[in-house]
Write a protein that binds this ligand. Structure first.
Ligand SMILES: Cc1cc2nc3c(=O)[nH]c(=O)nc-3n(C[C@H](O)[C@H](O)[C@H](O)COP(=O)(O)OP(=O)(O)OC[C@H]3O[C@@H](n4cnc5c(N)ncnc54)[C@H](O)[C@@H]3O)c2cc1C
Length: 509
């Protein structure tokens, strides 16, 4: 009988509690299941698989180096487990808890039913500071710190190879899915790349992270770039945050001029690693966030689909060069920085009045680091649907001059305007008499009028009876706080939602 370790989004042998527990219990079969149905969902993509595939190949090598073998199967998870059980007998199933999308949630329920019927114990272990069936957000931060302080599981030195079991191949995308997803600038998967990124950040790449994270021109180098690795689990959150705490403590002892990373940047990274789990907790506590606005008044609103605006936004042809440059960079590299993710979402939801579920799915499949628990709550937050965050309506022209003053970023990603004067890159509608050069489109909306209309739309909803009470309920469920009910989402509000500022707007002029 086998102790099956089901690898999901935890592709490492280091700090892997289910693997350690299985090894203590008996003969181990490490298993990864490629589920074609999952890879046909609108929020998944070939680029995500390509990253996972590289990570799996490295994981397989890590097992081989220890004498073991990672078993890979393609198919439905229940069918694969049923087959293994029939042939070899499964004594127990071990895995990390997963806060995935609705599909993986439903699949886990089917697996739970399968193991229950066969009396196979399924031991699920948390891998983040996320709590299943959390009763009360008030004590969440303390839980997070306790979880991160637990010992890091050492990688096992030896793992016996399961006898008479075909290891299977790690398939190519085209072996089980269709559709091209070219992403020439994609990050490489695998544990080695994750460790190098963390080392590089503290060796100096993250020196000015806190000051360079906002511009897409500097962020790609200065940010940690760990998101895809945290999503695939090639490095654990515990390893990452413990290293961040240790580096922060060491940096604080050094004179300023000797620091490879300034303290504000070290603190900024720690804050964001907390947000990672804080956001995933939202989806864990309310899986419907993937489909339904958190605040009921926003959930009640219906959208008329505007295919022209949707395509222009999706394809980077809105006529706002900075917006289009960001969309195109994301398409080509699978990554863009936080501020630009927020701007792209806000522009789609406010200026173009597009349905957040449709634009959120486009972004999800373009992100190599797609993490449903961060993604959907962020999409809602940046679309003004939570009721507990001040809506932020970014002015795309202001972002352009602030984040790309010399226009180098726009020239790179919008070659149609490469020879245009810098001022024209930020506001082509003021320069080209309605027809920009080289087939670049005229802007699809007057952004000032569109922002005003969005503000009026939102204000009308926020004036509805009972809006504040419903916002309080959202806050009680999802707001973060070190002390009971006094802080709100990280980096945003410091007051509960009844505070009048909560109902204000952050409208950039
Ligand atoms: C609309 C929208 C969608 C997003 N979707 C995702 C997603 O699918 N997957 C994802 O990992 N991040 C997502 N983010 C959060 C953030 O933009 C990315 O984590 C970050 O840009 C990744 O780059 P990095 O690893 O260099 O981050 P760094 O700035 O170096 O931060 C380190 C880590 O902290 C976490 N983190 C950083 N910012 C945030 C944040 N605002 N909220 C929660 N966690 C954060 C991530 O795990 C990140 O890897 C989204 C943000 C927005 C506005």
């Amino acid at each position: 009988m086998l102790q099956v370790v089901w690898f999901k989004r935890d592709l490492r042998v280091e700090d892997h509690a289910p693997l350690s527990a299985a090894l203590r219990a008996g003969r181990v079969l490490p298993l990864y299941i490629v589920e074609p149905e999952y890879w046909r969902l609108p929020d998944t993509s070939g680029r995500q698989w390509a990253f996972l595939r590289e990570s799996l190949i490295e994981l397989r090598a890590a097992f081989a180096a220890r004498g073991g073998a990672l078993i890979v199967r393609v198919g439905d998870a229940v069918d694969v487990l049923a087959d293994l059980h029939a042939r070899h007998g499964i004594a127990a199933l071990h895995s990390h808890e997963e806060t995935g999308n609705a599909w993986t949630f439903a699949r886990d329920k089917r697996v739970a039913e399968f193991v229950r019927q066969r009396a196979i114990p399924w031991h699920e272990t948390p891998q983040f500071g996320v709590v299943r069936r959390l009763a009360d957000r008030d004590r969440w931060s303390a839980h997070f710190e306790r979880f991160m302080a637990r010992p890091i599981e050492p990688a096992p030195a030896q793992i016996a190879r399961p006898a008479n079991i075909d290891p299977g191949v790690v398939p190519e995308w085209t072996d089980f899915a269709s559709g091209d997803d070219t992403c020439p600038g994609r990050q490489r998967g695998g544990r080695k790349a994750a460790v190098e990124l963390l080392e590089g950040f503290y060796a100096g790449r993250g020196r000015a992270y806190a000051f360079e994270m906002s511009s897409p021109a500097t962020a790609a180098r200065s940010c940690s770039r760990l998101s895809a690795h945290l999503a695939a689990g090639t490095i654990s959150m515990r390893e990452t945050i413990r290293r961040a705490y240790a580096e922060r403590a060491a940096l604080a002892q050094m004179p300023c001029e000797a620091r490879a990373v300034d303290l504000r940047s070290a603190d900024a990274l720690i804050a964001r690693l907390h947000w990672h789990c804080h956001f995933i907790q939202k989806l864990e506590s309310e899986p419907a966030i993937e489909f339904r606005a958190m605040h009921p008044a926003h959930a009640a609103r219906t959208h008329a689909h505007n295919e022209v605006a949707f395509r222009a936004w999706r394809d980077g042809r809105t006529g706002f060069p900075f917006v289009d440059a960001c969309i195109r960079m994301l398409a080509a590299t699978g990554w863009i920085n936080f501020r630009m993710r927020a701007m792209l979402t806000a522009f789609a939801s406010y200026h173009l009045d597009l349905d957040w579920r449709a634009t959120g799915a486009v972004l999800a499949r373009r992100f190599v680091d797609y993490e449903p628990g961060i993604h959907w709550p962020q999409i809602q937050m940046q679309s003004g649907l939570t009721g507990i965050n001040a809506p932020r309506i970014y002015n795309p022209a202001k972002q352009s001059t602030d984040q790309d003053p010399d226009g180098a970023f726009i020239r790179r990603w919008v070659p149609e305007l490469a020879d245009s004067p810098t001022a024209a890159l930020h506001a082509p509608w003021l320069y080209f008499d309605g027809t920009p050069p080289n087939g670049y489109p005229a802007r699809i909306v007057d952004h000032e009028a569109a922002a005003r209309a969005a503000r009026e739309r939102l204000s009308a909803i926020r004036r509805e009876a009972g809006y504040g009470d419903a916002a309080q309920r959202v806050y009680r469920k999802h707001g973060s706080r070190k002390r009971p009910i006094h802080n709100d989402d990280p980096g945003r509000r410091k007051q509960p939602p009844r505070d009048t500022r909560q109902l204000g707007f952050d409208l950039e002029n």
